[in-house]
Ligand binder design. Structure first.
Ligand code: FES
Ligand code: FES
Length: 159
């Protein structure tokens, strides 16, 4: 069996074909082959959430999916969210609330928080914490991250 495969996928609105090793995970492909380094790699075991990206509208762990499994998918990374302004209010709120320190967790946090906000999630601190519970912040910025998400839901922040 060949140990590479050609896939076709759309990343941040750009469609292309790529030949990838069958064992390469999606986040390594995005970072190393596409040069989109906003998605971070922490544990590589599906635990920390640093690699969270949007695949066909769902938030997935980029370290637990092979690039070949994304054949035909539509992917949005943190760079795509920034270009589309979809996460602009959350980014403003994270800055205003000092919800990022080293920023390592921030791309994954923003993607996961945006998923909550866009689904119409309530400004309910327990529910927000539960939704973000798969994303670790080693700087332990959780309180201010939840503050930022509440600010966006309650309309206290402009993009
Ligand atoms: S790097 Fe994927 S969950 Fe930690
Ligand atoms: S801001 Fe440093 S890991 Fe979250």
């Amino acid at each position: 069996m060949s140990d590479t495969r050609t896939i076709r996928l759309t990343v941040n609105g750009e469609t292309g074909s790529y030949t990838v090793p069958v064992r390469q995970n999606l986040v390594d492909f995005i970072r190393n082959d596409l040069g989109l380094t906003g998605s971070h790699v922490g544990c590589e075991h599906g635990v920390c959430g640093a690699c969270s990206i949007e695949v066909d509208g769902d938030i997935v762990r980029g370290c637990l999916m092979f690039a070949v499994q994304a054949d035909g998918a539509e992917i949005t990374t943190i760079e795509g969210l920034a270009e589309s302004d979809r996460g602009a209010a959350l980014r403003s709120a994270f800055s205003a609330r000092n919800a990022l320190q080293c920023g390592y967790c921030t791309p994954g946090m923003l993607a996961t928080a945006l998923d909550y906000v866009e689904a119409g999630g309530a400004a309910d601190r327990a529910a927000i914490r539960a939704h973000l519970s798969g994303n670790y912040c080693r700087c332990t910025g959780y309180q201010s991250i939840v503050d930022a998400v509440c600010d966006v839901i309650e309309g206290r922040v402009e993009a």
